[in-house]
Each structure stands twice: as C-alpha cells, then as structure tokens.
Write a protein that binds this ligand. Sequence first.
Ligand code: G3I
Length: 418
Amino acid sequence: MKIKYLIVLAILLVASALAFLIACEEEPPASSQPLTHCELCSTELEEEDSALFCPNAECIVTIIGLDIIDLPALKETFADYFDIGNIFNPGDVNAGGSAVTTNRLTHHYNVLTAENHMKPSYLSSSATSLNAGGLATADRMVNAALASGFKVVGHTLLWHSQIPSWQADLRTNSTTKETALTQMRNYITSVVTHFGDRIYAWDVLNEAFPDGGLTSDWKTSMRTGTQGNPWFMKIGHEFVYEGFRAARLANPNAILYYNDYNMNMLNKASLVRDMVQDVNNQWLSDPLYDGKLLIQAIGMQSHHNTGITPASIQAAINLFKPLGVTISISELDILSQSWGDYSAATAVTNTGRQNAANLYGQFFTVFLNNSDIIKRVTFWGLNDAQSWRARGEPLIFSGNKVKLSYYKIIQSLQAFTE
Ligand code: G3I
C-alpha cells in the first residue's frame, strides 16, 4: 500500500519537474524569487532545486503544464477509502445518452450528481404532472452516467430553491395541509419510481435549516418566509418524516440522505442530528419499518473557504457518529479566500490559493481519519471556471491543469498510510 502511494507521488514529482522545466525554459518568470521551502514537496530545497520546483510564488500555486487526464485517477487512488464524485450537466453526455463524453470526469470520478437537472424546477410542471422534457434530459444524463460506469446520486427531491411555481406558491396560497401532503408524496413517488434503481442514493431533503435565527428545537427552526421551505410552511415539521417515508416506499434500495451546508457550525449540525434522531426513532414504530434507518445518511455539502478549520469539520462528524448514519462530503469546494473577501469580490491572491491548497490536504486527512463512516467525497465542479463560485477559484483543477490542491490531497493520503 505504502509503496503504491510512494510510486504515485514519485510520478507526480517527476512529471511536475519536467513540466516546469519546459514551461520555465520557454518563458522565465519576470520576478523570480527563489524559495528554499518547497510547498509542493514539503521539504527544504537547495537553491538549485528550489529554482526547479518553485521558481516563484506563482509556480507554487499554479502547477503549469500537467494535464489532469495524465494524473493518477482520484477514484483509484482513494478506492480503499471512499468513492470520489463530481457533478455533471447535459453537455457532459452524448446525444444518445450512452456515454459521458467529458473524459476528465470519466478518468477521475466514479459517482456523479446532476448539478441542476434533477431539481424540482426541471422535473415537475404541475402538482399532477412531471415535465416530460425535463425527465428526458435527466434520463439521458443518468443513462449515460451508468453506461460509463458511474453511480448516480439524485439531487434533490425537497428544497426551497429551484422549485416550480406550484411548490413555491404553497408558501402563501390556501392549499390545505392535507392536499399539500398528498402532492408532496405524489411528487416524490413519481420521481423516485421513474428513476428506480438507476439512482443509488437520493438527497431527499436539502437545506431545510436557515443560516440564522435557529432555536434549539429543529421542529420550529426550519426555513420560512419568501425563501422558506414550502413543505415546512404548509405541512409543519412532519413533512420530513412523510417525505423520507415516501422515498423509502418508492425505492427501498436507495440510500436516503439529508443534505445541507455549513454543517461545521455546531448549532446547525445539532439541529440536523436531533432531526435525524427523531425521524429515525419514529420509523421504528411504523408498521412499514424495514429494519433500516429511515434517514440513512447525511450529506455535508462542504462549500468552504479559507476561514474554516479542519477541527470544526471533525466536531460535526463527531456529533453525527452516534446516529449510526453514514456521511458523504457531497458538494466540496474551498474558496481560495475568506468568505468576507469573496463576498466583497476581492481578487484572489497567491497566499489565498496556497491556504486553500493546504486546507484541501487537511480536510482530506479528516475524511481519511473518518473513512469508516464517510462513503463518498463529491467535488462541486470539475474545474474553477465551471464552478458556481468561479471567481473564488475553489476547485482542485484549473481548466485541464492541475493545482497544488491536488498534490496536497495526495500528500494527505501518503501521510495517512505511512
Ligand atoms: O438555465 C438558466 C438559463 O436558461 C438562464 O439563461 C440563466 C440566466 O442566469 O440561468 C440558468 O439557470 C441557472 C442554473 O444554475 C443553471 O445554470 C441559474 O440562474 C442559477 O441560479 C443556477 O445556479 C445553481 C444553484 O445551485 C442554484 O441554487 C448552480 O448551478 C448549482 O451549482 C447550485 O448548486 C447548489 C446545490 O444544488 C445545493 N447546494 C448549494 C449548491 C450551490 O449553490
């Protein structure tokens, strides 16, 4: 095992060196400041070698030359620990739905989540009918992913965002609670049944809790107002149990997730823990109880920034452990800057890029330390330009090129197996 990763690292270092030589010979950096500490190789270097690996700060953070298709596949590198996923869109699959055509996705990942095309606004046209066009696109994506050897996560059934008007209107209209409950069950049943066992895991409920104003009682702390969760606003907290129950009945094989962001904030994580505990307890006395947890898994989205600590992620995982659930890191990206700088649209700096790379390594150390319950790590985007937060450079690849973050992840695995 150890030899395997040493070989992988050796290949990476030799390839980087060659790439640097080529890149730097052609166009020497204008303000080259030789460094003696090489972050890439985590060691002190002679000045001669330092110039090779780290000719200037820019070269530390932007590893030029290496195409990610030539790197060892992440899904194979981490195969002993967890699946490695990413997101996909219609443009990533062929017209016939028989293959994923973005070969850098196929190379590195073994699980895909539709970035947008399985959300309610895409799949539903009215309370009584699904959207045939939306379903056709989602079918094409799912079929292509399966044909190319991926597993597929269904994202997402119940949400407050990207929903059709008939769901949004429930926040304020006079539809009765009973009718809304029937509509919710019907929506879940029809979508989950449609995809059947092609979907191995469903994000049943997404982001039910707001960013602020949380009480200590999950039953009264869910989103309300113009951006509220319509199901909570119309039905009350019992929509959670009823929603997961409908999903279980529609596909008893699918792994059912609660998925949310900022889970490293312990007040939010505590509410999630309480909700999962209560719902799973209630399931025990349901006549349809099948011996499995009703909420089997928690998705920690993990849209992070350079202000987030590895310890806070471990603390949230510790909160969830007693539930007996599994965990997936379901939407990972780390801004190359603080949340404040991103919000203010401040330009990313090399220091920020370096900090994000270091955090990628440290977070993967946490993931590896908890790989008994972490089953999947899904990145939310293939490369920076395709990210929903592109200007914050939050991913591990830039275009088709590798970033320092990738090496930090590999180094964390190497250290873990030593
Ligand atoms: O499809 C329309 C297009 O027709 C129109 O011209 C264009 C104009 O802005 O908008 C397009 O829709 C955009 C859609 O993505 C598809 O590209 C929406 O404006 C845009 O808001 C939407 O953003 C998505 C976002 O969810 C919506 O909340 C992001 O791509 C997607 O990455 C993001 O994913 C969410 C997860 O589902 C849940 N967790 C948070 C995560 C990040 O926000």
